[in-house]
Design a protein around this ligand. Structure first.
Ligand code: AMP
Length: 421
């Protein structure tokens, strides 16, 4: 294998200790909270037919035009690695029929976007998302925002900012696009190349352009909400009121549009100043998309887990804080003791106790070193003398105390320790 093949693809990473312990901690906390809100997990395939994404995300979005990993299968059908989670979940919902019409679903998993890798921007990254179907009320938006904020707080994320806006109803979309075009027409020549194209295709995307020249122009034109009907504005006001009641701090940002086309009514974003240029921690919105003959409507969010990790690590949190400590390390001298320890290790494990031992015939000294390195809480020593007496030494690695015990006592002590820890 060449050196290149040993590296993961640029913008993609292996996740191993100590980080994996933090990932697992975040997932454990999240699963408990999601259960309190009565959401259940759905795992959709990572690869879908390309049309699942192109139709719902919007042909003129950056994700569809530039960022999808798309390839043909052997039968010549176009497939795509999922760039986001909502479209696949809606495909599942449409397929599940009536039963899933008021589903409350969450997902955790990798997403793929062929973006230029940079700090905080990966080609494979992970999202935790939730989708709530079946209620057209702003109360559903408030509930799912409360869930998202609860997750961030439970993980210990400090100082994040929640901003909201409305994308209006489908009936508003043409009026909004015409309004933006009219306001931008005098500045058209000064827009970047991408925005020149967006001007005709989908002028809303210009509002989202990150280039400083385009941003300066966008700040001079009226916010998109100006072109929307009263229903959309009322919906946003009701939501803001509900969030106030729930004591969730939120700011209206009339320039927030978000990058995909499937949104109706609410869109929101949660940012964190500790993240630098890629400061979006999470986003969400209410959407409507066509899946086959069905229109799927819901409200949902996605949280970028790599960015959650980056914020937590910036706050001094480390994977090693969540590392599990082996309860006991079994040390043996001679073949007979080794075999008995193998049996003891298996019975401890069957009782839910984390037990380990060396399997490559190392000296007792080397076995003790390994127990120390693993930060084991206890060591059980079975030497030649203990074999003769039918006993074991139980040594606490924290206090250094040592006792000579028989097998039933050892088991009892370690089971007690497991219950106390
Ligand atoms: P989006 O679907 O673009 O709204 O993304 C939702 C969240 O996923 C963002 O707020 C980020 O935290 C995260 N995210 C999106 N794209 C990337 C990426 N390329 N690399 C890392 N995280 C990402």
């Amino acid at each position: 294998m060449s050196g290149e093949a040993l590296q993961p693809i640029r913008g993609m990473s292996d996740i191993a200790a100590p980080d994996i312990q933090l990932w697992q901690h975040l997932e454990r906390v999240a699963r408990d909270i999601l259960a309190c809100y009565h959401f259940s997990e759905v795992r959709t395939p990572i690869v879908e037919y390309t049309s699942v994404f192109t139709r719902s995300l919007g042909e003129a979005t950056d994700v569809v035009q530039k960022e999808m990993y798309t390839f043909e299968d052997r039968g010549g059908r176009s497939l795509t690695l999922r760039p986001e989670g909502t479209a696949g979940i809606m495909r599942y919902v449409a397929n599940a029929g009536q039963d899933a019409q008021d589903a409350r679903i969450f997902y955790i998993g990798p997403m793929f976007r062929a973006e230029r890798p940079a700090a905080g921007r990966r080609r494979q990254f992970h999202q935790l998302g939730a989708e709530c179907m079946g209620s057209p009320s702003p109360a559903a938006d408030a509930e799912i925002i409360a869930l998202q904020v609860h997750l961030l707080q439970a993980w210990g994320i400090k100082d994040f900012k929640l901003e909201l806006n409305t994308r209006g109803l489908p009936d508003d979309h043409a009026r909004v696009a015409d309004g933006i075009r009219a306001a931008l027409r005098p500045h058209r020549a000064d827009l970047c190349d991408d925005c020149q194209r967006r001007f005709d295709e989908n002028p809303l995307r210009i509002i989202d352009c990150k280039k400083s020249g385009c941003r300066a122009i966008v700040e001079q034109i009226p916010p998109v909400t100006e072109y929307m009907g009263t229903e959309a504005r009322k919906y946003l006001q009701e939501l803001m009121e509900l969030l106030r009641q729930l004591e969730i701090p939120a700011t209206a940002n009339p320039y927030l549009v978000r990058g995909l086309d499937y949104y109706v009514h609410t869109v929101w974003e949660i940012t964190h100043t500790g993240l630098g240029a890629q400061d979006a921690l999470a986003g969400g919105g209410r959407y409507q998309m066509q899946m086959g003959r069905q229109t799927c409507e819901g409200v949902g969010f996605a949280i970028g887990l790599e960015r959650i990790l980056a914020v937590l690590q910036g706050q001094g949190v480390n994977g090693t804080d969540f590392a599990r400590r082996p309860c006991v390390w079994l040390v043996s001298q001679g073949e007979a003791a080794f075999r008995e320890n193998m049996l003891l290790m298996q019975s401890l494990r069957m009782r839910g106790i984390e037990a380990s031992m060396d399997l490559s015939g190392r000296s007792m000294k080397a076995q003790m070193r390994a127990a120390n390195k693993a930060n084991s809480r206890f060591v059980v020593i079975r030497g030649e003398e203990e074999m003769e007496r039918g006993t074991f030494q139980l040594k606490s690695m924290d206090s250094g105390t040592q006792e000579e015990l028989e097998l039933p006592e050892i088991m009892q002590r370690l089971i007690q320790e497991r219950e106390l820890s």
